[in-house]
Design a protein around this ligand. Structure first.
Ligand SMILES: Nc1nc2c([nH]c(=O)n2[C@H]2C[C@H](O)[C@@H](COP(=O)(O)OP(=O)(O)OP(=O)(O)O)O2)c(=O)[nH]1
Ligand SMILES: [Mg+2]
Length: 132
């Protein structure tokens, strides 16, 4: 099982969705930015590092949001999602081929990685939106 951190990045009511770039596992699927936990790293440290590497931003990591465990064909992913506040919407595209800042109800129309579906559902519930 691989532990992966993921950031629900919020800026003035909008949430950042990122599309995984070509040539990677789950390319073309939308995700919450983040990545694999390294040895001797705490989840929050991992997320800070990943957001710096992937998006070039420095964020405030707020509360832990939820865990989602999903069995892909070759690997089991344990996603740890955190709420994150960003003071900018300007991000670089180092790992992704598209970024969108969307209102919670607009996130529904994207094709999310399967491991993200429970996270999305919880986010929609939190905002009083109907489920997927
Ligand atoms: N970051 C992230 N990964 C996700 C999400 N949903 C999901 O299924 N994954 C899967 C895709 C990958 O198989 C796995 C690891 O994520 P990753 O590719 O971002 O890891 P990483 O940034 O450390 O990348 P790398 O160094 O291995 O290239 O988690 C999500 O919302 N965010
Ligand atoms: Mg990543």
């Amino acid at each position: 099982m691989i532990t992966v951190t993921a950031a629900i990045i919020q800026n003035n009511g909008k949430v950042l969705a990122a599309r995984r770039g070509p040539g990677r596992h789950m390319a073309g699927y939308w995700e919450f930015p983040g990545g694999k936990l390294e040895q001797n790293e705490l989840p929050r440290e991992c997320l800070k590092r990943e957001l710096r590497e992937e998006l070039g931003i420095s964020c405030r990591i707020d509360n832990f949001f939820c865990e989602s465990i999903y069995q892909y064909d070759q690997v089991v992913i344990r996603l740890l999602a955190f709420l994150v506040t960003s003071n900018t919407r300007v991000c670089s595209l180092n790992d992704h081929d598209k970024l969108l800042w969307l209102l919670p109800h607009q996130l529904k129309r994207l094709r999310w990685a399967p491991a993200d579906i429970p996270i999305m559902e919880k986010l929609l519930r939190m905002h009083g939106e109907p489920p997927l």
